[in-house]
Design a protein around this ligand. Sequence first.
Ligand code: PMP
Length: 389
Amino acid sequence: MWQKLQARLEQRKAQDLLRQRLTIEGAQGVRIRAEGKEYLNFSSNDYLGLANHPKLNEAMQKAAKQYGAGSGASHLIIGHSDQHHALEQEIADFLGTERALLFSTGYMANYGVLTCLPEKNDLIIQDKLNHASLIDGGMASPAKMLRYAHADMDSFERQMKQPADTRLVVTDGVFSMDGDIAPLPELVSSCNAHKASLMIDDAHGFGVLGEQGKGSLEHFGLAQQSADIYMATLGKALGGFGAVVAGNELLIESLIQFGRSYIYTTAMPAAVAAANRAGLKLIQEESWRRQQLKMNIDYFRRLANEYDIPLMPSETAIQPVLIGRNDKTLAVSRALKEAGILLVAIRPPTVPENSARLRVTLTAEHSTDDIDYLLEQLSAEINKANQQK
Ligand code: PMP
């Protein structure tokens, strides 16, 4: 095994595909410290600037004093505290669903849903660009998984014609590496026509999209109940950590009884749940953060077009700059780091071959000066990389 692993690692390295971690020294934010230097950060999912907000920090500290650091056990043993319970109720109230259930991570929420709900003669039908946790859950499910071409309704309808007892359609609300929003009105109406169930992973829509921040369904003016299963992560716009699945009583009770990634894992600490509650409150009270983010997105796109920077058709905080080749993408990312900007290169297998990109993520906390500096440097470095090879 070890020899084979060594060969695999070497192959990755030769293809410029080796992943590397950067060790952050201090809190998240638009300005972030690493390796003894301050950087301008365009790589985080902290879309509303809440990850280091005093209200979340205070809630977490206060709860840690009362509840301690660890949760001690899984939810079904003795790990489920009144902080978790209140958070679930508050999320269900916010979204207008019967119930909501906390998971320790979004990965586990998606995996848990897909491995425990559909059965042997059922079909799971997924967008090809869905998050890895949905694809992994679909592969591990006893149901058969089919995938359709990204956001392509013709391809989708072809897959829906395959025979099955029941169908579960699964889509990201906002696609994490492209930034585009799923064609939810079309998917909802087709699911209704075929009596199929719909699951939305709104990791990048929850808190950000829609006037009240309820996510991608609200963005389209669709009722929350249009999705049978709604998953949101709490570690992105909300500024905390963990995930939630929202829906009706039958869904939530089934997950509690059958969801192995729910049952067999330690509950998130109560202090984290308390921070999440503070984040949820700010999402509701401070809509100016969504408006500020929207202004930053519009400003970024307008200016990037003036610089002729190759953008993708995204109207969300995720604004990938498509470069193509791995080596070029890495070269630009490294040069930007030298210029004090953190903009991480996203390469295969996370994205398809020859579509390596720099995934710019904007937050409500970026200033127009920050965006000006990014685009000035980005344009210069892309030009340099294009001239070299
Ligand atoms: N779904 C999507 C679309 C995501 O982008 C992510 C996080 N990268 C997840 C699920 C997983 O969430 P978590 O980080 O909480 O495991």
